[in-house]
Design a protein around this ligand. Structure first.
Ligand code: URA
Length: 232
């Protein structure tokens, strides 16, 4: 791909702006040689303003989402995209979140520009477990784990029972729940159906991938090994 198009697709600016950036000498190889608009230098050898380029198409990002951010590109208030560099909003192909977390849920959120990868993660066939840590307003009654594991639990206004989910009780009001699907507000609705209320909710794992030491609000691009952990 021509350098101008590559940079524009990564969201660094319009093609016109990228032509100017190249003419101004802001785009070089690792030896500091200025590159030309039609240069075919390999992605990993191009520097923009002395910095390596953002990951190429096929990227998967991991974000530790704080509470208070909405998974949307154009809602009111704070958006998860505000936590990523601005240019990521104009990448082509576009970055989308893989599934969503509620505004009041924190933790592990993935983004990708690779539609095939996105579908593989959310496909029922992949059966990827998602692990949530939660705190409840009221003590657990003791029968929740059996209900959630039954494969027969119905949520209001749905016509299919939930897949079996595993509840690990940590103490009276805290627990870890593993789901193998992702229905709307699923964790909150499951506990609401038992007469309880989820006060805090954090997703800690998808497959065998955890937050990998990321602080809240931080993100990183996943390596191939880390991507593979999702399906491990
Ligand atoms: N279940 C919920 O209720 N909310 C989330 O954000 C994720 C799972």
């Amino acid at each position: 791909m021509r350098l101008v198009k590559l940079l524009a697709n990564l969201g660094y600016g319009s093609r016109k702006e990228m032509q100017l950036a190249i003419r101004n000498g802001w785009v070089t190889d690792r030896d500091g040689n200025r590159l030309k608009p039609d240069s075919k230098t390999a992605h990993e050898d191009v520097l923009f303003d002395d910095e390596p380029l953002d990951p190429a198409q096929g990227v998967v990002l991991l974000l530790n989402k704080p509470v208070g951010y909405t998974c949307s590109t154009k809602d009111h208030g704070r958006l998860v995209y505000d936590l990523l560099p601005d240019r990521f909003r104009t990448r082509k192909p576009a970055l989308s979140s893989i599934g969503r977390l509620d505004k009041e849920t924190s933790g592990l959120l993935l983004f990708t520009d690779d539609g095939t990868f996105l579908h593989k993660v959310i496909s029922p066939k992949s059966n990827v477990p998602k692990v949530y840590e939660l705190a409840l307003d009221r003590p657990l009654k003791g029968d929740e784990a059996a209900l959630f594991a039954s494969g027969e639990m119905m949520l209001e206004s749905e016509d299919r029972p939930l897949k079996p989910a595993q509840l690990e009780v940590l103490d009276d009001t805290t627990a870890r729940l593993t789901l193998h699907e992702g229905r709307y507000h699923q964790v909150r609705r499951m506990f609401a159906a038992t007469g309880n209320h989820v006060a805090q909710l954090r997703r800690s794992r998808i497959g065998a991938l955890g937050l990998e030491g990321l602080a809240e609000g931080e993100w990183k691009a996943l390596s191939d090994n880390e991507k593979a952990k999702i399906f491990a």
